[in-house]
Design a protein around this ligand. Structure first.
Ligand code: ASP
Length: 344
C-alpha cells in the first residue's frame, strides 16, 4: 500500500493568519496553532501534516532576503522527510518570495506551493480555507509514488501557477494573481485538473542544490516619458550597485537621447550588468525590432524577454550572489533556469 504523503506547512504571516482587532479595526498576525481551530477540515486530508511557524509572523511587505533564506533553510532541512511543502505567505510580495525560492533550489523534485488569502481566515467570506486546503491537496498529489508537481508554485483562487511567472494583479479580487506569459499549471474545479505538458518533469531526481541569495545591491528603474536626466544620472552613479534592471516600453524600447545612452554605456563599461525588461504586463522584449532598441542591443544590454519584474529581480540577485559577472551573467540570465523565461 502506498505511503500517505507527508506535508510540511510553513507559516510566515500575511492575511491568511490574521485576525481583526475589533477595537482598532487593524489586522494583526495571530498564533498559528489557531489554524487548526479555524480549519478543522485539515484533519480530514489524506496526508499527514507538520507545521513550522515563523516565531514572529510578518506582513509580507516586511519580507526580505533574510526571510527567504529562513524559508529555504526550513525546506532544505526537511527535504528528505517531507513529500511536499506549503508556504503560507502574504499575497503582497508572494511572487517575489516564491520566485526567489525557485532560483535558490536547483534539481527540485518535490512541490513547494505558496498560498495566502485576500480575507482573514476568521472572516465569514474568507478565501483562506479553499486556498489552503487545495494547496495541501496539490502538494500531496502523487502518481506512482512520485509527486506530480516538482517546482515552486502559487495556488490562489482555483488556479495553480508557476511561481516565477506570476505577479499580483489585484488587491481587491479573490483572483489576485496572474501568469500572463505561461499557462496555468492546474485548475481546481470538481476535480483537480493538471496541465501536464506544462509541468516541470523529473525523470531521475538528482541531489538538491541550495544556494542562498545574499547580494541585493540592485536597482529597478521604471522609465516614463519625460524622465529626468539628473535623476537617471544620480541613480546610475550610486556607489555599490551591482546590477540594474530597466523596465522599458513595449518590446524593450527606450529614448534614443544621446545623454541617456551615454549613461548606460558608462555603467556597462564599469561592469554593471543592465537588464532590459518590458513594463507591459504580457509579451516579450525583442531588442532590435524598433529603432528605439537597436542601440541597447548593440551596447550589450541583457535581454529579459518575457520575464516578470519579480523574477527578474530575484534572478539577478541570485546570479550576483553566485558571483556571476559580465558574459556569464548575460548568458545565464537569458537562459531559462527554472522555466521563468522564454527566449525568442
Ligand atoms: N498585507 C498582506 C501581506 O501581504 C496582504 C495579504 O496577505 O494578502 O502580508
Amino acid at each position: 500500500m502506498a505511503k500517505v504523503p507527508h506535508i510540511l506547512i510553513i507559516y510566515t504571516g500575511g492575511t491568511i493568519g490574521m485576525v481583526k482587532d475589533y477595537k482598532t479595526d487593524v489586522l494583526q498576525a495571530f498564533n498559528f496553532d489557531n489554524i487548526y481551530k479555524k480549519i478543522p477540515e485539515l484533519k480530514l486530508l489524506n496526508c499527514t501534516i507538520d507545521s513550522y511557524a515563523f516565531p514572529k509572523p510578518i506582513d509580507s511587505s516586511n519580507m526580505n532576503p533574510i526571510h527567504w533564506k529562513e524559508i529555504a533553510t526550513i525546506i532544505q532541512s526537511n527535504y528528505h522527510n517531507a513529500d511536499g511543502f506549503v508556504v503560507l505567505h502574504g499575497s503582497d510580495t508572494m511572487s517575489y518570495t516564491a520566485s526567489a525560492i525557485s532560483f535558490m533550489f536547483e534539481n527540485l523534485a518535490k512541490p513547494i506551493i505558496f498560498t495566502g488569502s485576500q480575507l482573514p481566515i476568521g472572516d465569514l467570506r474568507t478565501d483562506a480555507k479553499e486556498n489552503m486546503i487545495t494547496a495541501i491537496e496539490i502538494a500531496a498529489t502523487q502518481k506512482d509514488n512520485k509527486p506530480i508537481i516538482a517546482e515552486v508554485c502559487i495556488y490562489f483562487e482555483y488556479k495553480l501557477y508557476r511561481a516565477n511567472r506570476t505577479s499580483k494583479i489585484s488587491s481587491e479580487q479573490f483572483e489576485a494573481f496572474d501568469s500572463p506569459n505561461y499557462p496555468d499549471l492546474a485548475e481546481s474545479g470538481v476535480r483537480l485538473k493538471f496541465n501536464i505538458p506544462y509541468l516541470v518533469s523529473v525523470n531521475k531526481p538528482e541531489k538538491l542544490i541550495y544556494r542562498k541569495i545574499q547580494n541585493h545591491n540592485i536597482i529597478l528603474l521604471k522609465l516614463f516619458p519625460g524622465i529626468n536626466k539628473n535623476v537617471i544620472q544620480h541613480i546610475f552613479n550610486m556607489p555599490n550597485i551591482d546590477g540594474i534592471i530597466i523596465e522599458t516600453f513595449g518590446s524593450g524600447n527606450a529614448p534614443t537621447d544621446k545623454w541617456f545612452l551615454d549613461i548606460l554605456k558608462k555603467a556597462l563599461k564599469k561592469g554593471i550588468p543592465i537588464i532590459d525588461i518590458t513594463q507591459c504586463v504580457a509579451g516579450s522584449v525583442c531588442l532590435g525590432r524598433y529603432e528605439t532598441s537597436i542601440e541597447l542591443l548593440k551596447m550589450g544590454l541583457i535581454n529579459g524577454y518575457d520575464i516578470t519584474t519579480e523574477a527578474a529581480i530575484t534572478k539577478l540577485m541570485y546570479l550576483l550572489s553566485a558571483k556571476k559577472t559580465n558574459g556569464d551573467l548575460k548568458t545565464l540570465f537569458e537562459t531559462p533556469l527554472r522555466g521563468e523565461i522564454t527566449p525568442n
